[in-house]
Design a protein around this ligand. Structure first.
Ligand code: URA
Length: 246
């Protein structure tokens, strides 16, 4: 199905010229931007609680959404808690089919308590719209829930301390596809040190959930040329989603 006018507009807003080849895959979500109908119960069983590791111990404890959010809000498992204004848990529909995972909160996210609200967030919204969805229709979370000082890369110990929270969110949302934006998200989810340029362009799996890697929107703001590659990644994600759910 060719791109519709609205998608073309989003691509333009992403900074991508309308040279983009037409898609020949049907993508119902384009017709219906509210398309985030949960799967029937038998296919997409809802999960009420998930086992989340207790920091500093080898044990886990079962948590529901509210408990998990409260656990994150009070977390002191790594030194990042000392510099935060607040934790940044996640946002969007908790039954989302698409889950977008970024790195860590920046300044604006730390102040507002919501992922991707700064300039990179504006571009992420356009990327989400380019695949025919609204920001509210996906679930967005970060690998790290507290802002690293001066937006430095999170340390491996910090990512490890936060890992159970993201695992919990993934287990509760049960998305049908994961879009990992940026190197840190991709490498942490896939447990690899492979550079992002080699991770993108193929479908990976996170516990049987297809996972597509693309560039971080903050990087795309600085590297206009890579937006074309990001659009290729988004098309791969759309195709993968369609194939899994047709
Ligand atoms: N960058 C990220 O990876 N996540 C945010 O929430 C904001 C910026």
């Amino acid at each position: 199905m060719p791109l519709d006018e609205r998608q073309r507009e989003y691509l333009r807003l992403m900074g991508i010229q309308v040279w983009v080849p037409r898609l020949h895959i049907p993508f119902g979500a384009v017709e219906n931007p509210n398309h985030f109908t949960p799967m029937p119960d038998d296919l997409h069983e809802s999960v009420d609680t998930v086992d989340v590791p207790v920091p500093g111990t080898a044990s886990t404890c079962p948590l529901n959404w509210e408990d998990l959010e409260a656990r994150v809000a009070g977390c002191t498992a790594c030194p990042l808690h000392q510099g935060r204004t607040q934790t940044v848990f996640g946002v969007g529909t908790r039954e989302a089919e698409w889950m977008v995972i970024g790195e860590a909160p920046g300044e604006q996210e730390d102040l507002q308590g919501e992922p991707f609200v700064g300039r990179a967030g504006q571009l992420l919204n356009e990327m989400i719209r380019a695949v025919g969805l609204k920001r509210e229709a996906v679930y967005i979370a970060n690998v790290i829930k507290c802002r690293p000082p001066k937006n430095r890369d999170p340390a491996p110990e910090e990512a490890a301390a936060c890992e159970g929270y993201l695992k919990g969110q993934l287990a509760l949302v049960k998305p049908k596809i994961i879009l990992a934006v940026g190197r840190i998200a991709a490498q942490n989810l896939l447990k690899t040190a492979t550079p992002i340029g080699k991770l993108r362009g193929q479908v990976h799996y996170y516990e049987h959930i297809p996972l597509v890697v693309t560039y971080h929107p903050a990087y795309l703001l600085r590297s206009q040329l890579e937006k074309r590659r990001a659009w290729e990644d988004l098309k791969l994600a759309m195709r993968t989603f369609r194939q899994q759910n047709s």
